[in-house]
Design a protein. Structure first.
Length: 527
């Protein structure tokens, strides 16, 4: 997550000497202590080489300050994040952590080796984070930026030698951990996570001399602005498609073929027939969906973003989706589902890692003026509401289709509200039209499938989660550009630094791609 702030951090002169140098000096001390405690000549040699690299890094920091003429850094005192990080490293190396003996009590070579492993466990995250960020930033530099002010700095952390140092640290940690118990491995894991958290706090605490474009919450004034956040549900929030969940409930609760059914209840298909019918419906849907996508792609591919052409093409997909839903209703496979069974299934529904935490942070943040809406093809809005309610998200606005019930038993009919890409767009537009206009709004849509394409493009910020091949094929066919979020934000930051407009605006033809909800969280709220 720290990579979202790196462009701003590495362009701030205040960051270089007073904050990084103490950390590097501490690393040198840590390697020295680890070397003294390692009970293996090969390990000692590796640690010694790593310490020499850190000492060279310290010399490099001094040369940077002289090169840039940054006299002002001498007046800058260490911030609390830097102090917390260096204190944590020194405390770890001294054995001042729970469950670890202090260095004065290290009676055996094994105990010394164990503390050396703890020490490296606390240092490895820093090495890996710097190596990762260095590579990421290096890849984003223009080829003509040979005179970039921070080129030497970036070159160092992206260099093969630094990448090798990070890998050596990790390999050595693995070697020293071989003889440790499960409990001792758990201690290393906790130290690693704590070190990574402190490193991210360290980056975020550095003072900046430029306006930044992220996180969105920091450039958001709740008195003047409003976030309108929209999200798809199936496979954007969930791990499994909701239709599969409803099918499973229907099959599991259906009567067996030899069971008699009460006369006063809705007649249901037997479990065997139901499973067969679901299989036929599923195969037919998949086959016709693929045919529909191929039909759309038969038109001439365009070079320039063509929203109108895309809209017209997705009308075909909308007609298909409605026909498919009608087949499901007519088949009777949804008859007899109990509302309580649906709610229980929703409570147990597995959501994507970070999804619930993101929405909770948005809703509970008193400094944000945000509305959150979920737009979904799901046949049953109760399933969605139950899934979010179990995570304390009752306040989410859910826009989906709804089952029709008689005494809490589904009749098999559906109140059709959101069946297609066009329906989603209409719901999206109606929500914006009916929202208060007393504040300037920023609309964000998060989705994963072709059905989300129109909303993704209409939103000021369209975020594509995952790697749907059909979405990318259709989008590319109509001139949509797919840009990974990190380089996209760097470009936005450059525009901001250069004084150009860096505002977010819908219908740009650009969608930002992410691999996880953690990236979306960082975009809005930072690490």
């Amino acid at each position: 997550m720290a990579e979202l702030h790196w462009y701003s951090v590495c362009t701030s002169r205040y960051y270089i000497k007073p904050h990084t140098a103490p950390a590097s000096q501490t690393h040198s001390t840590m390697y020295k202590l680890a070397e003294e405690r390692a009970d293996d000549d090969d390990a000692k040699a590796v640690i010694s080489q790593l310490r020499k690299s850190v000492l060279e890094e310290l010399k490099m920091h001094d040369s940077f300050v002289q090169e840039w003429g940054s006299d002002m850094v001498k007046e800058n005192t260490l911030n609390s994040a830097t102090v917390k990080y260096t204190d944590f490293l020194l405390a770890t190396a001294s054995g001042k952590i729970e469950g670890v003996k202090g260095p004065g009590k290290l009676a055996t070579p094994f105990e010394k080796t164990k503390l050396a492993a703890y020490t490296l466990g606390a240092m490895a995250p820093c090495m890996r984070l710097y190596a990762y960020i260095g590579k990421e930033v290096q890849a984003l530099l223009d080829s003509n930026e040979s005179s970039h002010l921070y080129k030497t700095w970036i070159d160092n952390y992206s260099s093969e030698s630094f990448q090798d140092s990070a890998l050596q640290t990790e390999d050595l940690l693995d070697k020293l951990s071989v003889s440790l118990t499960g409990e001792e491995i758990d201690i290393i894991e906790k130290l690693y996570h704590q070190a990574m958290r402190l490193e991210i706090e360290f980056f975020c605490a550095q003072p900046l001399v430029q306006q930044t474009v992220v996180p969105l919450s920091k450039v958001h004034n709740p008195a003047e602005h409003r976030f309108m956040i929209f999200s798809d549900f199936d496979l954007t929030c969930t791990v499994v498609d909701s239709s599969a969940i409803l099918a499973e409930i229907a099959i599991v609760t259906a009567p067996k073929s030899d069971e008699s059914q009460p006369e006063n209840q809705i007649a249901r298909i037997s479990s065997v027939d139901l499973r067969n019918t679901w299989g036929v419906l599923s195969s037919q849907y998949t086959e016709e969906y693929e045919q529909c996508i191929e039909s759309i792609l038969l038109t001439d591919k365009v070079e320039k973003f063509d929203y109108e052409g895309l809209h017209k093409a997705l009308e075909q997909l909308s007609d298909f989706e409605k026909r498919a839903n009608s087949r499901v209703i007519e088949s009777g496979v949804l008859k007899g589902l109990n509302l309580e069974d649906i709610k229980r299934a929703g409570e147990r529904l597995i959501l994507q890692d970070g999804c619930t935490g993101f929405f909770q942070s948005i809703i509970n943040n008193e400094n944000l003026n945000a509305n959150v809406h979920v737009l979904s093809y799901c046949w049953c809005g109760d399933l969605i509401r139950s899934a979010f309610s179990s995570g304390g998200l009752d306040v989410l606005n859910v826009h989906a289709n709804e089952f029709v019930y008689e005494n809490s038993i589904a009749t098999g009919k559906i109140v059709k509200k959101v069946e297609s890409p066009i329906d989603k767009l209409l719901a999206f537009s109606d929500i914006l039209k009916n929202s208060s206009s007393d504040r300037k709004g920023l609309t964000v849509y998060i989705g994963d499938s072709v059905g989300d394409l129109l909303c993704l493009l209409e939103a000021d910020v369209g975020i594509l989660l995952g790697s749907s091949s059909s979405l990318r094929r259709v989008g590319s066919h109509f001139g949509v550009s797919f840009v990974p979020l990190f380089p996209g934000l760097v470009n936005k930051q450059k525009e901001c630094v250069e004084g150009n407009s860096s505002s977010w605006k819908g219908l740009s033809g650009i969608l930002y791609t992410v691999s996880s909800w953690a990236e979306i969280y960082a975009l809005f709220l930072g690490p």
